[in-house]
Design a protein around this ligand. Structure first.
Ligand SMILES: [Zn+2]
Length: 64
């Protein structure tokens, strides 16, 4: 989710530029909305996910 394409009704500028209070409020709201997803896209979470997958793959494929 990105605010790049959103145009502010108050200042007619792009919301992503944060020109006025309405823009900044909208930016803050968007940031809060994507909160849970921001964690998923962080490098640390990706590394943890990869390690988990590797551990599962190791457990599944190791000889009995
Ligand atoms: Zn604005």
């Amino acid at each position: 989710m990105t605010a790049d394409w959103l145009v502010c009704a108050n200042c007619a500028g792009r919301v992503s530029e944060g020109r006025c209070a309405v823009c900044r409020a909208e930016l803050a709201r968007l940031r809060e909305e994507r909160g849970p997803w921001a964690h998923l896209s962080s490098p640390a979470a990706l590394v943890a996910l990869l390690l988990t997958l590797a551990a599962v793959a190791f457990l599944v494929t190791r000889p009995a």
